[in-house]
Design a protein around this ligand. Structure first.
Ligand code: AMP
Ligand code: MG
Length: 639
């Protein structure tokens, strides 16, 4: 029986009732709540998966590497059915058993009893039921169904998809469409869920309350609803895949393109042992043996040039004058640099003890690259040095990923294009130019779709057209909560787009997901409208994702931070990531020092042009004192 069942812990809710920390991550009896549920569920099933939409890394840490942690496929915290949908999609066994993340006392025979009922009753789903006595009213016991404790057939997925497609979201409603077997459990307390911090305290033995588990607080945010930036980046990264198509281009044309295949060296580089210096090639055995020994004089028997080797084998007591890059003459293993040699006319050279060691200044064949070895790994962006390296292998063409096509447009009724007159209350559309620059720098093929009015039909048409034409769509404006814009509605209508409120500044709102039109689909990055926010959120979220789509290796896609010393105090509230515009310079002592550009308002683009870096103040970071080290991201290489 056990091997037929996958366990699914439902932890995908917003979990705001518990304050700052996600429900399943609440410290409980020396572990997290979800760890308790896992411990009870795991022995009853083949494998366990967790459905969570926030704090995924923390869930992973709490559950261990063997447990899959996955978000909803649908966006927007649509409730337990959305989690169930994700679970059914993942489920490789015949049956799925669900339990909520806040039920640390779930019965040890849950699977067994539900399974028996399912088999007996020829049902689609078996659900737990208890009789509850309401102490306060003293009345008769009430029958209580626990829809989230259920065992169901994995083959129900299409039915669930269809049910969700109608817009319905309630577990009970869905159950009404199925053949359900109810199973009465005696111990009502086993199904107790811990919903509030008071519940938690009540169940927590006194002595352990003072030691909260570390992982639970790691994702804490000042705004309990806001998603930490790392999590958003992870959620994006796990959905994005690189474009498959490749093309073979001449070496020069591969500059700034993404290598699609490893480049294997067909030869040794260098191809032969050669001299690293101008000087004299000699036999190491001829060097003066110890400190007391007299200088040695060797006879020069010829000259080796780069490209013109000296082929006769040297005998003891002989040496060959060599130029840098010349093949080592046969018999020689060391090179005495010219400046250390006392030449005696043309034909002799004297060497003192200690001038060089045997083997010095000799480059070995294959020391740069070995034949058959990976010279460049796929996923690399071709830089000038890479072109040179490939050329050094004699390779004239390379295979790169096809260019990514990215459509972009600005939304807003207040926007005016260049050349138009600026009416009162209007602004020139600057975001499209910033976006153009950032996308072009990434090496994308850009499709500028202009300004789209805050009008549902216009937006829908623009998104559909972009879907047909591009791999990704980047928009600005209209994604903030409560905005009098239609962008959110239309985006949600055309695909599975999540609207996040991020724990960051600037740039709190972000939309991410896939939009579809007929058979076409494109990834959508709905960036905020403020000119600075648009840049910061592009760099932090869209850029790494676009690089991944372009085929860039994971490790190279994330923005690279370096450390610098803050010359001034910086105010910072823990619980969100802040990006401030900075100017970094190297002090006379060689240390990088960074100061802020002044006004940090998210509409102030002039401070962005003044800045040469972004100071990144991490999620947990509090105020920075003058002299503290901070992380910065240099614009060079980014912009
Ligand atoms: P929204 O997110 O659409 O509410 O826009 C937030 C702010 O950014 C508003 O003040 C907009 O006028 C401004 N904004 C939006 N889009 C652009 C744009 N393309 N160029 C310049 N400012 C913009
Ligand atoms: Mg707007």
């Amino acid at each position: 029986m056990k091997s037929k069942i996958t366990g699914l812990i439902l932890a995908g809710g917003r979990g705001t009732r518990m304050g700052r920390v996600d429900k399943g991550l609440q410290p409980f009896r020396n572990a997290t709540m979800v760890a308790h549920v896992l411990r009870r569920l795991a022995p009853q099933v083949d494998t366990v998966a967790i459905n969570a939409n926030r704090n995924l890394p923390q869930y992973q840490a709490a559950a261990g590497a063997d447990t899959v942690v996955m978000p909803d496929q649908m966006s927007g915290f649509e409730g337990p059915l959305a989690g169930l949908q994700a679970g059914l999609q993942y489920c490789a066994t015949e049956l799925l058993l669900t339990a909520p993340c806040d039920s640390p006392f779930l019965p040890a025979d849950l699977a067994e009893r539900l399974y028996a009922a399912l088999a007996d009753g020829d049902a689609d789903l078996a659900v737990a039921v208890t009789m509850e006595t309401d102490d306060e009213e003293g009345g008769a016991p009430r029958r209580q169904t626990h829809p989230v404790f259920s065992l169901l057939k994995a083959s129900l997925l299409p039915q669930l998809d269809a049910y969700l497609a109608t817009g319905a979201r309630r577990m009970e409603g869905w159950h009404k469409t199925l053949r359900v077997a109810e199973v009465l459990f005696d111990d009502a307390a086993a199904f107790r869920n811990i919903n509030t911090l008071e519940d938690l305290k009540r169940h927590e033995p006194e002595q352990t309350t003072s030691a909260p588990a570390a992982p639970a607080s790691a994702g804490m945010s000042a705004d309990p609803d806001a998603l930490p930036v790392d999590e958003a980046a992870r959620l994006i990264a796990r959905r994005i895949t690189p474009v498959a198509a490749t093309e073979t281009v001449a070496l020069c044309a591969s500059l700034d393109r993404v290598l699609a295949e490893d480049i294997i060296s067909p030869i040794n580089v260098p191809a032969y042992d050669n001299s690293a210096m101008d000087g004299y090639a000699l036999r190491g055995a001829d060097l003066p043996p110890d400190a007391g020994a007299d200088p040695v004089t060797l006879t020069v028997i010829g000259v080796a040039y780069a490209g013109r080797p000296f082929t006769r084998t040297t005998a003891p007591g002989e040496c060959v004058r060599v130029m840098t890059g010349a093949a080592m003459p046969p018999g020689c293993d060391s090179v005495l640099p010219q400046e250390l040699a006392a030449a005696i006319g043309e034909s002799g050279v004297t060497i003192a003890h200690g001038a060089i060691r045997a083997g010095a200044n000799r480059r070995f064949a294959g020391e740069d690259l070995k034949a058959g070895g990976v010279a460049l790994a796929q996923g690399k962006i071709m830089r000038p040095a890479d072109l040179g390296l490939v050329a050094s292998l004699g390779i004239a063409e390379v295979t790169v990923r096809r260019r990514l096509r990215v459509a972009f447009f600005s939304t807003g009724d207040e926007l005016r294009s260049l050349g138009e007159t600026l009416d009162t209350g209007c602004v020139y559309d600057s975001n499209r130019y910033t976006l153009f620059g950032m996308l072009a720098r990434l090496g994308c093929e850009v499709v500028d779709m202009g300004i789209v009015r805050d009008d549902p039909a216009a937006l829908e048409a623009a998104l559909r057209a972009a879907c047909r034409d591009a791999d990704a769509i980047v928009t600005s404006g209209g994604v903030s909560e409560g905005a009098a814009d239609y962008t959110r509605d239309i985006m949600a209508l055309l695909g599975d787009v999540a609207f996040w409120k991020l724990a960051m500044r600037p740039g709190r709102p972000l939309a991410f997901g896939q939009v579809r039109s007929g058979d076409d689909a494109a990834w959508l990055f709905g960036l905020p409208g403020n000119p600075v926010a648009v840049m910061v959120s592009f760099y932090m979220f869209a850029r790494p994702a676009l690089l991944r789509m372009m085929g860039v290796a994971e490790a190279l896609a994330a923005p690279r931070t370096v450390r610098a010393r803050a010359t001034e105090a910086i105010r910072k509230r823990p619980g969100r990531t802040e990006y401030q515009r900075g100017i970094v310079a190297t002090g006379t002592d060689g240390e990088a020092r960074v100061r802020l550009t002044g006004a940090q308002g998210s509409g102030i683009l002039s401070s962005m042009t003044e800045a040469n870096c972004i100071v990144v103040l991490g999620h947990g970071q509090a105020n920075v004192a003058a002299g503290d080290m901070v992380d910065i991201i240099l614009f060079d290489g980014l912009i």
